[in-house]
Design a protein around this ligand. Structure first.
Ligand SMILES: [Zn+2]
Length: 252
């Protein structure tokens, strides 16, 4: 194994649980407008500030048996869960991507993970998470596929306009909001990453995931009526991730 290959996977793997920890803070604080950076972590029960040794992702949680060292309250599965998920994203990126693309892959995957969780819990997709993906996607592809960067600019525009149009039509016909504006911006970000060529696959897969989710919900007795608000973000995020890693459903 070459040195380049080893460093391409070892650093993302080390960083992943820490990234997951940060995403956890982001998911809990961003939707309620609490400051994300420069805030010391504290136990949710006794509000005791956690020391450096208690903040090592996964290891601290396991060493303390999932309980606060001060008040013995259960710490819950949220943090170890998101730290494991961020690690899984890094492993997936390492396995699916050439070494030079592992970090951009992690950045996309981790952002999508946080956006999905926030949308799932609060039915919003924060602009500060989604919008930076548009210039980032275009800049990245201008570097790695210089001949094709216009495809990604067109993709971002098509994603935004296409979804905005569907949103307008749906709103007129049904008299209520069907797609959030956050979904429109997320599809613009999708277009910036997968190009206009990949956009139909993203929309198709996302719709398939939502329908599968609804069918599964019906099976376990959680039927959704016509007025229910369904978070579209997680399905869209997973679709973007898959199409960016593996290409459109119908290869060119
Ligand atoms: Zn405590």
């Amino acid at each position: 194994m070459s040195l380049q290959y080893a460093t391409a996977w070892i650093w993302p793997l080390i960083a992943a649980p820490f990234a997951g920890s940060f995403l956890g803070v982001l998911v809990l604080r961003m939707p309620v407008g609490r400051p994300v950076a420069f805030a010391r972590s504290a136990c949710a029960h006794c509000h005791e500030t956690l020391g450096p040794a208690e903040l090592i992702p996964l290891a601290s949680w396991a060493a303390l048996g999932g309980r606060c060292r001060h008040c013995d309250a259960r710490l819950g599965l949220f943090y170890p869960g998101i730290e494991l998920a961020a690690t899984a994203v890094a492993v997936w990126a390492i396995m699916a991507l050439p070494p030079a693309l592992v970090w951009p892959g992690c950045a996309l995957g981790w952002t999508m993970l946080a956006a999905s969780l926030i949308d799932f819990r609060h039915l919003i997709l924060p602009d500060s998470l989604v919008l930076p993906l548009v210039p980032a996607g275009i800049a990245l592809h201008a570097l790695i596929v210089p001949d094709h960067w216009p495809d990604h600019v067109i993709g971002a525009a098509a994603g935004f306009l296409g979804f905005a149009l569907i949103r307008q039509i749906y709103g007129r016909l049904r008299g209520r909001e069907g797609l959030g504006l956050g979904d429109v911006k997320l599809l613009a970000a999708a277009g910036a990453w997968v190009g206009w060529v990949g956009l139909p696959s993203v929309v198709f897969l996302a719709a398939a995931f939502v329908l599968t989710g609804l069918a599964a919900g019906r099976l376990v007795g959680r039927a959704v009526d016509r007025t229910a608000e369904i978070p579209f973000g997680p399905a869209l995020a997973l679709a973007v991730w898959l199409v960016w890693l593996y290409g459109p459903l119908v290869p060119q």
